[in-house]
Design a protein around this ligand. Structure first.
Ligand code: GAR
Length: 208
């Protein structure tokens, strides 16, 4: 039976689009994008979900007193929707331990750097590329990893590097990393998960 996938988003949703496109090409084996959950009603990602015929839900911080209650509401929704895999695709809201207890090794995140560089609390979106350029690294890239309670520190599923070029701006580097790394690796990792081909042993993810 197909695994039911929920994609958590906050913004433009280009990674969501990469997943939807991969699904329509038949590249998400044994999986089905069943829901898109957004932290903002304004997120363009919700439009992408609608166009693809995937139900969209909004879960806003302002409707919950704290991160724990937001997480509780999220887990209840995921259970109601019978979700087996949660994908954080540019999801910018802090969640707490209840999600990782309910979905152990079943929450995947995409991060736009080669973890453990340029990651952790407050390091998201363009901030990541800002730090990479300021440090002067010659390569950067993207990481797909399982999410645990410690921010950006869960077992790594896939990574891919790209060159940082002398004239790169934040936006140019971001785009290169998205196109070359994120939009390719995320659908691959999701498909591997849905085929039960990821086995976690300590910090190492074995691809079967
Ligand atoms: C992506 O680059 C993703 O890697 C990053 O936010 C962007 C979302 O873009 N996520 C993080 O920085 C998480 N720490 P999208 O909405 O177009 O997919």
């Amino acid at each position: 039976m197909n695994k039911r996938i929920a994609v958590l988003v906050s913004g433009g949703g280009t990674n969501l689009q990469a997943l939807l496109d991969a699904q329509s090409r038949g590249e998400i084996k044994n999986g089905e994008i069943a829901a898109v959950i957004s932290s903002s009603p304004e997120a363009y990602a919700l439009e992408r979900a609608k166009k693809a015929g995937v139900p969209g839900y909004v879960l806003e911080k302002k409707d919950c007193p704290d991160a724990a209650s937001l997480t509780h509401t999220l887990v209840e929704l995921l259970h109601q929707l019978d979700i087996q895999l949660v994908v954080m695709a540019g999801f910018m809201t802090i969640v707490t331990g209840e999600l990782f207890q309910a979905y152990e090794n079943a929450v995947i995140n995409v991060h736009p750097s080669l973890i453990p560089s340029f990651c952790g609390k407050g390091c998201y979106g363009l901030h990541v590329h800002e730090k990479a350029l300021a440090y002067g690294v010659k390569v950067s890239g993207a990481t797909i990893h399982f999410v645990t309670e410690e921010c950006d520190a869960g077992p790594i599923i896939l990574q891919k590097a790209v060159e940082v070029l002398p004239d790169d701006t934040l936006e140019v580097l971001q785009r290169r990393i998205m196109e070359t790394c994120e939009w390719k690796l995320l659908p691959q990792a999701v498909s591997l998960f849905c085929q039960d081909r990821l086995r976690v042993e300590g910090r190492t993810v074995h691809i079967l």
